[in-house]
Design a protein around this ligand. Structure first.
Ligand code: ZN
Length: 702
């Protein structure tokens, strides 16, 4: 890799952040350069700092340490990603022998000199104790490959030269900070320090020098590995593995089953489901077929920093069996074995250390599957992505290490200290779990007003939502509005035609490959047609039935194999209509097809209860949509009805508002709220219809 430092880009940062010191703006720039390279750091790993002089409000000189906030991603950070600390005070902490986690955190919090909601990096003291203006820290793959070899320290010296000091693995915080400072003082020519099984720190007089030293040393490690790895390529020993049938279908089946096997109740009794992220690069497929695959899975994390994302070990699956029953059996057996190993590790460490932390769940986060690649699990999609990225880097690094020497796993004692360190655990603790977190919802007819309202409410409830429609421009419009409204939310689009079973089936496989599976299915796609029976073209009737009835049938049918493989129940909420109970003249095609869909839903409620799948109906009336997303139904029937009643658009809305008992306008989000109510299983209800119509006596369900 080459230094990406560019004078013009650096000048842009200085200009963009003209209200802060130039050194800090440059520090932001090179921090982003580091964060942008996945071979250096992944997802919020690593940290950087700069020391500056300033004045307080009384005009007194003071030294300030700007250090990255914990959990901030280097790739996207701005100046406010740094926490400003009282450097002179922090230096004095070097004289203390022991600092509890709580005390270290308190000291860092009370010695901020600018208001910031962030917690300083756990390496803040290390940055403070080194005298250099700038310090950079990464978990570069190539450095870890060398440190994790037998005789790692020697390999590092051979590869990186004499201006690098090597420190044995030491827990982050005060002990590591003191050790690193002492090493530097022994040899002031040192340009960087490698911590075995952890990573590398480089330092310099300015942001550029510190960054370029990082690149230089990582390159030296890279060249050292490259040379030896070429001489000793990985032997692929298995040729007996061929994935069953269509690899995309196998991937979908695997994700659905693994997701079901790993879903579990948390201590408060709530079912926690995982999202699944898959990676299928040729490199991973190769590696999954090698005789080393099992050993790679067992030999643990590259650096303990990763354990909270991936757990220490991975599960190796040596083939994807053809039958779903067999696949479930294999994954259950392997997951149980993993959990047992985890439980044993936890008990051993707790006993050895005499501590009493709250135990984390024992479920694996990463599966390596022969001939396929890897599948990573997370309670949020982001967590699944992070686990997948880290696991991919870990496996590829171990493959390269194999070419050089013996890979030595990090001791479980070190791994445990990091996994159960309160300061690490806090990185995972976010807001309370939203109602539908971990669930995947599919909404058909997502380009219309009601589909939009449903997707909006499901996103607000924390589900990952996939919207579908055959009207692509409308679908894209809804998608972009939802993306803006829920920047942290997970919303995707997938176009499929509910009229064709094969199209729905393929889409459900695609969704499962992308997200893991499906828990909430909302058959909502519908079309309307206005004609009295006398004038109703029989072909037109077929068209309406194809979407409203057969489309609902296809969507329900395609979800059944997914629910079966997951084995965690689920919800189907069919968007029915007030017309099912109270049909109107000239609306036969719509009302009859909707009545058919309503009826098939009641059958589904009876047939799917044994899978724990509930099927309920929501019966809206007169949902007009808004300026952003109109209702396609009202775009069609509105003009006629306005004409026949002599009303304009607003008048028509007013007419429908006055028609119901509660005198309210029914909104798409009301329909969405009804969907969320059913999907969150707040009552033991299936086969029910919930009117969302303001109260229309003729349409009371019976
Ligand atoms: Zn680190």
């Amino acid at each position: 890799m080459e230094s990406a430092f560019d004078e013009n880009a650096a000048a842009e940062f200085v200009a963009r952040y003209c209200d802060i010191p130039e050194e800090l703006a440059l520090r932001v720039y090179t921090s982003r350069l580091i964060g942008g390279d996945p071979n250096l750091v992944l997802h919020g790993g690593g940290n950087t700092s700069v020391k500056l002089k300033g004045r307080n409000i009384l005009g007194e000189d003071r030294e300030i340490l700007y250090v990255k906030g914990s959990g901030i991603d280097l790739e996207t950070m701005g100046p406010d990603g740094f926490v400003a600390l009282d450097l002179a005070f922090l230096r004095k902490l070097r004289d203390i022998n022991h600092l509890s986690d709580q005390e270290m955190e308190t000291q860092l919090q009370i010695h901020k000199i600018l208001v910031s909601p962030l917690t300083p990096s756990v390496e803040a003291l290390l940055h403070a104790f080194l005298p250099h203006t700038c310090v950079d820290h990464t978990h570069a793959d190539s450095i870890l490959i060398l440190t994790n070899l037998k005789q790692g320290a020697q390999r590092i010296r051979e590869a990186l030269g004499s201006r690098i000091a090597v420190v044995p693995y030491t827990m982050s915080g005060l002990p590591l900070a003191k050790e690193v400072a002492a090493q530097y003082e022994k040899n002031p020519d040192t340009e960087g320090i490698v911590i075995l099984s952890h990573g590398i720190f480089t330092f310099g007089d300015d942001a550029r020098q510190s960054y370029e030293r990082m690149i230089d040393y990582v390159n030296r490690a890279e060249a050292f590995i490259q040379k030896r790895a070429e001489e000793n390529p990985l032997q692929i020993s298995r040729t007996d593995v061929t994935p069953v049938g269509d690899i995309d279908v196998s991937a979908a089946r695997f994700s659905q089953v693994v997701r079901g096997v790993c879903a579990h109740k948390d201590p408060s009794g709530n079912l926690r489901r995982f999202y699944v992220e898959t990676r299928r690069s040729p490199n991973l497929v190769d590696l999954s077929l090698s005789g080393q695959a099992q050993a790679f899975c067992n030999s643990g994390v590259l650096t303990p920093d990763h354990v909270i994302r991936t757990k220490n070990k991975m599960v190796y699956i040596d083939s994807i069996p053809e039958s779903d029953e067999r696949l479930t059996e294999v994954l259950t057996r392997e997951t149980d074995a993993f959990k047992e190993t985890y439980d044993r590790y936890f008990l051993e460490q707790v006993k050895a250390k005499g501590v009493n932390p709250r135990k984390l769940d024992a479920y694996p986060r990463v599966f390596l599957v022969a001939g396929f690649g890897l599948a990573a699990l997370g309670f949020t999609r982001q967590a699944a992505r992070v686990a997948a990225d880290i696991a991919e880097h870990t496996l590829c690094a171990k493959r390269r290490a194999k070419g050089i020497g013996e890979y030595v796993p990090i001791s479980e004692s070190h791994v445990f200290d990091m996994e159960y360190w309160s300061l690490q655990q806090r990185k995972l603790a976010g807001l309370p779990h939203p109602l539908l977190q971990g669930q995947v919802a599919v909404v058909t007819g997502g380009g219309g007003a009601i589909g939009f309202g449903i997707a909006d409410r499901l996103l607000a409830a924390g589900a990952a939502v996939v919207i579908s429609d055959i009207d692509t421009p409308r679908l894209q419009k809804v998608h972009s509005i939802l993306r803006q409204r829920y920047p942290q939310g997970e919303v995707e689009i997938i176009a499929f035609d509910v009229r064709a079973y094969a199209s729905v089936e393929k889409a459900f496989n695609d969704i499962s490959r992308r997200l893991g599976g499906i828990d909430i299915v909302i058959p909502n796609a519908g079309i309307a047609h206005v004609a009295r029976i006398e004038d109703l073209d029989p072909d037109k009737l077929d068209e309406v039935i194809a979407v409203n009835l057969k489309g609902t049938f296809n969507t329900i049918k395609a979800s059944i194999p997914v629910f079966k493989r997951q084995g965690t129940g689920g919800n189907i909420v069919v968007i029915s209509s007030k017309n099912v109970f109270d049909p109107g003249a000239a609306f036969g095609a719509y009302s009859a097809s909707k009545a058919g869909a309503h009826q098939i839903s009641k059958i589904a409620a009876q047939e799917l209860a044994e899978l724990g799948v509930r099927v309920n109906m929501v019966n809206p009336d007169a949902v007009f949509g808004d300026e952003e997303i109109s209702s396609k139904l009202w775009d069609l029937v509105g003009p006629d009805r306005m004409k026949s009643r002599g009303l304009d658009y607003e008048g028509l809305k007013e007419y429908y508002r006055n028609r119901n008992l509660l005198k309210v306008s029914v909104l798409a989000e009301h329909v969405g709220n009804a969907v969320v109510f059913f999907a969150s299983e707040q009552t033991p209800t299936t086969g029910a219809a919930l009117p969302v119509d303001g109260g229309i006596p003729a349409a009371f369900p019976r």
